[in-house]
Design a protein. Structure first.
Length: 139
């Protein structure tokens, strides 16, 4: 069995962002030479998520609006976590809703997706350098 581990890095200038990372993940798989196996992608930050869904601008805005309704950023005093001097209590909750990681089958050297599926990195407390892990295992 072979494996390859790489990190994708992001410089996110806004507090929240949704980035389609499918092409970068596909490049790691190509580089690995693995034809049959699994690909794990996970956010390496407690205020970010990796998830799979459609790359449609209305849906991305719907996610952002929905998450902001569930866990609004302000007022920041509503979150006990922010009493530590942080202002990202909402980002931790948003991450919990959207999840930490995805695992996708690799078949014939490609992500074995259903129709319209794409991999996204979602950031809920940006404005600094962030990263995601891509781990490919198989033969």
């Amino acid at each position: 069995m072979k494996s390859l581990r790489e990190y994708l890095t992001f410089n996110i200038e806004t507090r929240r962002a949704y980035i389609n990372i499918t092409p970068e993940v596909e490049e790691v798989i190509r580089k690995s030479g693995i034809k049959e196996g699994l690909c794990l992608v996970n956010a390496m930050h407690i205020t970010a998520s990796v998830y799979i869904n459609d790359d449609e601008s209305g849906l991305l805005k719907d996610y952002d609006d929905w998450l902001e309704e569930l866990a609004p950023h302000e007022p920041i005093a509503r979150y006990r976590h922010n009493r530590t001097g942080e202002d990202n209590g909402d980002a931790h909750l948003k991450r919990q809703i959207m999840g930490r990681q995805v695992v996708v089958a690799i078949t014939d050297g490609r992500l074995d997706f259903g129709p319209w599926e794409q991999i996204f990195y979602a950031e809920f407390d940006g404005r600094r350098r962030k990263r995601a892990l891509v781990k490919v295992i198989g033969e």
